[in-house]
Design a protein around this ligand. Structure first.
Ligand code: A2H
Length: 219
């Protein structure tokens, strides 16, 4: 690791539908707040290609009240950093509503902000570190070898990984054939605009932050 702080973009993915195991624990305790899974990424300009989100199955997560309307799901460590960085109201507050094992989050359906696939699932990843970022990793197989290989493993051995195959079936682009020229043209427009240019990163980051879908997070 370098000497200076690492500047991430924290991506907010609103929970649409909890897995059965999470629902039993969460519903009574969040008090009507919207809950967001928060993933720390270095590549906000790739978010159009999200296909899922990863958690570590043996990591403990918490849901933390951010204000009266919103709660964030991440590790306690990340919530403490966010509190010191002014993310919570009032600054410095850590209000943990509940604790939950990563394994129970698998199968939860979430929004994928700025993505071609607007709804994706939470899946298990073996190499998620509890000591980095938020412990939640947004998955972009087109741009990350780690994400690509993990998704490939999950597809090959869904039963071993205790997932429903449909949760891992989302592809970055809805294109079946080279004859799908309209879809290919649309995909290229997005890829060339957001991914190829060096200046895409700060622009996408700023537009996500302005839309309330992301915030700055450092550690
Ligand atoms: B990156 P650095 Cl497309 N455990 O986001 C393991 N990996 C984690 C993590 C954790 N607790 N928290 C974040 N990460 C991943 C996108 C991406 C990322 C792309 C390409 C490369 C890439 C989509 N996944 O990272 O050690 C997240 O994956 C290349 C390193 O702080 C985050 O950015 O440098 C990156 O690792 C942060 O790693």
């Amino acid at each position: 690791e370098g000497v200076g702080p690492q500047e991430y973009t924290a991506i907010k993915s609103e929970v649409i539908e909890w897995s059965a195991a999470a629902k039993a624990i969460v519903d009574a305790k969040v008090g009507g707040r919207k809950v967001f899974m928060v993933a720390a990424t270095l590549r906000p300009e790739t978010m159009y290609g999200q296909t899922n989100c990863f958690v570590g199955t043996s990591i403990k997560y918490g849901i933390f009240a951010i204000n009266n309307n919103e709660a964030y799901l991440c590790t306690y460590r990340a919530a403490r950093n966010m509190a010191f960085q002014g993310v919570t109201e009032p600054t410095g507050t850590i209000d943990q509503l509940l604790e939950i094992d990563g394994a129970k989050l698998v199968g939860t359906k979430i929004k994928a902000p700025f993505a071609i696939n607007p709804e994706v699932y939470v899946l298990p990843m073996e190499n998620v570190l509890a000591t980095k970022g938020t412990g939640v990793v947004t998955s972009v197989p087109s741009d990350s070898p780690d994400d690509y290989q993990t998704l490939t493993d999950l597809r090959k051995k869904a039963e071993f990984y205790k997932i429903d195959p449909s949760w891992a079936a989302i592809d970055p682009m809805k294109i079946q054939s080279q004859k799908d020229t309209k879809q290919l043209a649309e995909a290229k427009e997005i890829a060339y605009k957001e991914g190829f240019y060096n200046d895409a990163k700060p622009k996408v980051r700023e537009s996500m932050i302005r839309a309330g879908l992301a915030f700055a997070y450092a550690e």
